[in-house]
Ligand binder design. Structure first.
Ligand SMILES: Nc1ncnc2c1ncn2[C@@H]1O[C@H](COP(=O)(O)OP(=O)(O)OP(=O)(O)O)[C@@H](O)[C@H]1O
Ligand SMILES: [Mg+2]
Length: 500
């Protein structure tokens, strides 16, 4: 019998149908993958199962009895824990306070911080989060914050654990550790719901698969062993197909395009030393490495988010890269980050304003001349090219699904027609179909003469999208791969050992 079951669930927001008729049942000791395109309704179903959202229709049963959770705290008390896609943490509190948001162990009237830390230690250890628990949450990386949110769910000792894209911010080693934790929980008869756009992971971890399309179940609890990856993708996309991915050969930059981006012997204390790179317009250069090995620091250097203590960075214009993100943007640098909470979207503003923001507002380009209707039309055009799922470009951006918010981030930077395009996990949380479309847009922006640099936790993305990949190891470039040598295998080997 299912521990938790959602049946005939319907949910509409304003005019937007998030779920038409959906359900899922969670069995003890089973990993149930919940898949679907961006906007298919996965997070909505999860929010309903965990008490965050009330459905319009349908029922929820826990151990055979009908339930109605008042909120996520109530669900947690009934043994249903959720790790949400958009993290729900308090940036000003430390890790420990975030781990016990409502009730922690007490000693008399006081919270027992020592007891809390002792209880949390094995869980944090298991997840590989080796940071003092007094660290302020706002000082952690996105991946570390993700692990805190997972640890918090585990500490409630749930019978049902619902994970909404838990690995999308993690690099391979952390993701593997988490997947192992999930396996152990399953052995202890916990029921797991797992949402991910990383299909290899889904195929390796899950026991059964349910697919949603447009708010309806199109594949219900199928045995994963009976399914192939193409069958799963076909169920997700329906009659749409994924565009073929082929890497175009490097074209000569257009005559009007600027010069190269040059990093000359750059060093930054504790993060980088002796890094030299030249990136041509029309080229996508990948930057790979384990966390803290220098690839992200290099991207930050070009973005003006980090100072070079030695050496220099020259933009395609020949000017030195300025300090500070604002000045970098004015100098034609775009920064697309997968961490959309931190960099980037005005969630309470309409989609079109977000897309127009850099070009019209920050750069003041055509702002004074173009009317709203024209900006809206541009936004619609971008939206169509990346199959943005929204009711209109006037919709509030915060109401979009996670993957669709990410498409808005890319659209707003491409709209600014930058000369340097910096991408930091640009397709985090984006579904297979839309990812291919975003890749196509990144390629065509690059071919028009942009210098593009890409950091990604997705090694497959690095290998398939980039013309060359610089692999970093302990603050230095271990090798630059291109042509035949540019494979996922060599990237991984170099990232982990510094040698291939
Ligand atoms: N609070 C809300 N108000 C209005 N519309 C909403 C709201 N929450 C979700 N939606 C809409 O409901 C649909 C389903 O969204 P949901 O977040 O469930 O998708 P998802 O499958 O989780 O997608 P992703 O893979 O991108 O995370 C989307 O069209 C989304 O825009
Ligand atoms: Mg979602």
């Amino acid at each position: 019998m299912a521990i938790l079951e959602a049946r005939n669930i319907g949910k509409t927001y304003g005019g937007v149908v998030a779920l038409k008729e959906a359900g899922i049942h969670v069995e003890a000791g089973t990993v149930h993958a919940l898949l679907g395109e961006n906007g298919a309704g996965k997070s909505t179903l999860i929010k309903i199962m965990s008490g965050a959202v009330t459905p319009d229709r349908g029922s929820l049963t826990l151990n055979g009895r009908q339930v109605r959770f008042r909120n996520t705290g109530d669900a947690a008390q009934h043994g249903v824990a959720v790790v949400s896609q958009e993290l729900n943490l308090f940036p000003d509190l430390d890790i420990l306070a975030n781990l016990y948001p409502v009730t922690g162990p007490r000693r008399g009237p006081f919270l027992d911080r020592t007891g809390m830390a002792q209880a949390a230690a094995p869980v944090l250890d298991q997840l590989g989060l080796n940071v003092p628990v007094r660290t302020r949450l706002g000082d952690l990386s996105l991946a570390q914050r993700q692990l805190v949110e997972i640890a918090r769910a585990l500490l409630t000792k749930p019978r049902v654990l619902i994970l909404d894209e838990p690995t999308s911010a993690l690099e391979q080693a952390s993701a593997d550790r988490l997947l192992n934790v999930v396996r152990v929980l399953c052995e202890h008869q916990v029921g797991v719901v797992f949402v991910s756009h990383i299909l290899e992971e889904v195929m390796a971890l899950s026991d059964v698969i349910t697919v949603l399309r447009n708010g309806e179940v199109v594949m219900e609890a199928q045995d994963r062993k009976s399914l192939s990856m193409p069958e799963v993708v076909a169920a997700m996309l329906g009659d749409k197909t994924v565009q073929a991915q082929e890497k175009p050969t490097l074209v000569a930059p257009q005559e009007t395009a600027g010069g190269e981006l040059r990093i000359v012997d750059a060093g930054s204390r504790g993060a980088l030393s002796g890094v030299s790179l030249t990136v041509r317009p029309g080229e996508i250069l990948g930057l790979a490495g384990l966390a803290g090995s220098g690839h992200q620091a290099t991207l930050e250097l070009v973005a003006g988010l980090r100072r070079a203590d030695t050496g220099e960075v020259r933009l395609p214009s020949g000017r030195r890269a300025p300090n500070g993100l604002r000045r970098s943007i004015a100098a034609g640098v775009a920064v697309v980050s997968g961490d959309r909470r931190r960099f980037g979207l005005m969630l309470d503003k309409p989609i079109w304003e977000n897309i127009a923001q850099v070009r019209a507002v920050a750069l003041g380009r055509d702002g004074a001349f173009l009317r709203r209707t024209a900006l809206r039309a541009r936004a619609r055009d971008h939206g169509e090219r990346m199959s943005l799922r929204c009711s209109s470009v006037d919709q509030r951006t915060g109401l979009l699904s996670g993957g669709n918010q990410q498409k808005v981030v890319l659209a707003k930077w491409l709209d600014a027609e930058p000369s340097v395009l910096l991408l930091d996990d640009p397709t985090r949380g984006v579904d297979v179909g839309a990812k291919a479309e975003m890749h196509t847009l990144i390629r065509s922006a690059t071919q028009a003469g942009t210098v593009t640099m890409l950091c990604s936790t997705d090694v497959e993305e690095l290998a398939s999208l980039c013309d060359r990949v610089a692999v970093f190891y302990r603050g230095k470039i271990a090798a630059i791969l291109e042509g035949e040598t540019l494979t996922q295998h060599t990237i991984l080997e170099l990232m982990n050992t510094g040698e291939s």
